[in-house]
Design a protein around this ligand. Structure first.
Ligand SMILES: NC(=O)C1=CN([C@@H]2O[C@H](COP(=O)(O)OP(=O)(O)OC[C@H]3O[C@@H](n4cnc5c(N)ncnc54)[C@H](O)[C@@H]3O)[C@@H](O)[C@H]2O)C=CC1
Ligand SMILES: O=C([O-])CC(=O)C(=O)O
Length: 381
C-alpha cells in the first residue's frame, strides 16, 4: 500500500517544503479517486526524506487535444498541478500558444509544450503516456449530445488516426461528445490501424460519478469525501444510470428520492447547458472530473494496485459491446471490469438498465457505421 496513499497525500504541497499552498491532489483535492478502501482521507504533512524514497518521480507525459477550449484550459491547469507529470503537451487548432505560455509560469515540475494544427500533431503525441481528448463542439440549449455527432465524429476520427500512428501504447481518454458513439468510433479507427488495445481506450464518464456523489451527499447530509456512487451504462440522458442502491457508505433512499436523484444526475449536463444559455456546456466540473481520471490513470501507471474508476469501455458485462461500469485500472489499462455492481440491484435499477439498452446500442452502432463508411470512402478514392 506504500504507493497507494503517498502520492495522494503529498500532492502539490509536497513539491516544495516551504510552499504555502495547502491543497492536495488525490483524495482531498480531486475527491476519492476510485479507491475501494473505506478511507483514504488522512492528510499527511510531507516528510521530505521518507516521502522522496517512496514517491514515483514526476515522469509521465500527458497530451491534451483541444487544449485551448473551455474544458482544455482548466484541465491543463489541473494537470499542471500534478506531481506525477513531467511533460504537459497542449494541442489545438488555434490559440494554444497563449494557454501554454500562461500555464508554463506555474512553478510545478512539468514542462509545458504547445502544438498548433495538424502539422504539429505527431510531435505532440510521440512518446506520451496518456492522451486526453476534449476536442469538439459543445451543446447549446435544445440540443442533445447526439446532435454533436456530425461535427465531433470527424474530429475524433482524425485525432485517433494520429494517436494510432504516433502513440498506440498510450491510455486514451475520450471526452468529446457523444461519448456513447465517439468511443466506438475510436475503437474502429484503432482496429483499422491494427493497434486497438481494448484495455487502453476509455470514455470519460467520471463527471457522472462526481455529480452523483455531490447530489447524494447533499440530499442525505453525508460527508462528501466518503460518498461513492457507481454510475453505469453510457453518457447521455437515460443511458446514464446511477446505481444508488450501491452507494458507499450504505444509505437508503425512498422511491421518491431515487427517482428525483436519478433524473437530476441524468439531466445534470443539460442543467449546465441551460444555465450557460448558449455559452457552452460543463467545462469546470468536467475539467475537474477529467483531471481525476488522469490522476487515477497515472497512479495506475505508477503501480498503485488500488485504482478503480467508472468508465465507458469495451465490455462483456452486458450484451452491449461498450458499457460504463467500475473497472480496476493497472499499468496495462483495464485489469478487470467489476461485475458485482450489477448484482442485486433494485427493481427500479434493473428496469432502467433494460430501458437504456436500445438507445445505447443505437449510439454504438451509429459510431461503428460512421467509421466503416469513412473507411469505405477512403478505399474508393
Ligand atoms: N464526457 C463528458 O462528460 C463531457 C463532454 N463534453 C464534451 O467535450 C467537448 C468539448 O467541450 P468544450 O471544451 O466546452 O468545447 P470548446 O468549444 O470550448 O473547446 C473545444 C476545443 O476543441 C478545439 N478543436 C476543434 N477541433 C479540433 C481538432 N480537430 N483538433 C484539436 N482541437 C480541436 C477547438 O479549437 C476548441 O479549442 C464537447 O464535445 C462537449 O460536448 C463536455 C462536458 C462533459
Ligand atoms: O451536457 C453536455 O453536453 C456536456 C456533458 O456531456 C455533460 O455535462 O455531462
Amino acid at each position: 500500500a506504500a504507493l497507494v496513499s503517498k502520492p495522494r497525500n503529498r500532492g502539490i504541497s509536497g513539491l516544495k517544503a516551504s510552499s504555502s499552498i495547502s491543497f492536495e491532489l488525490g483524495s482531498s483535492f480531486l475527491g476519492k479517486t476510485g479507491s475501494l478502501r473505506a478511507s483514504v482521507t488522512t492528510r499527511v504533512a510531507p516528510k521530505a526524506k521518507s516521502v522522496a524514497r517512496i514517491l514515483p518521480e514526476a515522469s509521465y507525459k500527458v497530451a491534451v487535444l483541444g487544449a485551448a477550449g473551455g474544458i482544455g484550459q482548466p484541465l491543463g491547469l489541473l494537470i499542471k498541478m500534478s506531481p506525477l507529470v513531467s511533460e504537459l503537451r497542449l494541442y489545438d487548432i488555434a490559440n494554444v500558444k497563449g494557454v501554454a505560455a500562461d500555464l508554463s509560469h506555474c512553478n510545478t515540475p512539468s514542462q509545458v509544450m504547445d502544438f498548433t494544427g495538424p502539422a504539429e500533431l505527431a510531435s505532440c503525441l510521440k512518446g506520451v503516456d496518456v492522451v486526453v481528448i476534449p476536442a469538439g463542439v459543445p451543446r447549446k440549449p435544445g440540443m442533445t449530445r447526439d446532435d454533436l455527432f456530425n461535427i465531433n465524429a470527424g474530429i475524433v476520427k482524425s485525432l485517433i488516426e494520429a494517436v494510432a500512428d504516433n502513440c498506440p501504447e498510450a491510455f486514451i481518454h475520450i471526452i468529446s461528445n457523444p461519448v456513447n458513439s465517439t468511443v466506438p468510433i475510436a475503437a474502429e479507427i484503432l482496429k483499422q490501424k491494427g493497434v486497438y488495445n481494448t484495455k487502453k481506450l476509455f470514455g470519460v464518464s467520471t463527471l457522472d460519478v462526481v455529480r452523483a456523489n455531490t447530489f447524494v451527499a447533499q440530499k442525505k447530509g453525508l460527508k462528501l469525501i466518503d460518498v461513492d456512487v457507481p454510475v453505469v451504462g453510457g453518457h447521455a440522458g437515460i443511458t446514464i444510470l446511477p446505481l444508488l442502491s450501491k452507494t458507499r457508505p450504505s444509505v437508503t433512499f425512498t422511491d421518491e428520492e431515487t427517482e428525483q436523484l436519478t433524473k437530476r444526475i441524468q439531466n445534470a449536463g443539460t442543467e449546465v447547458v441551460e444555465a450557460k444559455a448558449g455559452a457552452g456546456s460543463a467545462t469546470l466540473s468536467m475539467a475537474y472530473a477529467a483531471a481525476r481520471f488522469v490522476e487515477s490513470s497515472l497512479r495506475a501507471l505508477a503501480g498503485d494496485p488500488d485504482v478503480y474508476e467508472c468508465t465507458y469501455v469495451q465490455s462483456e458485462l452486458t450484451e452491449l459491446p461498450f458499457f460504463a461500469s467500475r473497472v480496476k485500472i493497472g499499468k496495462n489499462g483495464v485489469e478487470s471490469i467489476i461485475s458485482s455492481d450489477l448484482e442485486g440491484i433494485t427493481e427500479y435499477e434493473a428496469n432502467a438498465l433494460e430501458a437504456l439498452k436500445p438507445e445505447l446500442k443505437a449510439s454504438i452502432e451509429k459510431g461503428i457505421e460512421f467509421a466503416h463508411k469513412q473507411q469505405g470512402a477512403a478505399a474508393s478514392v
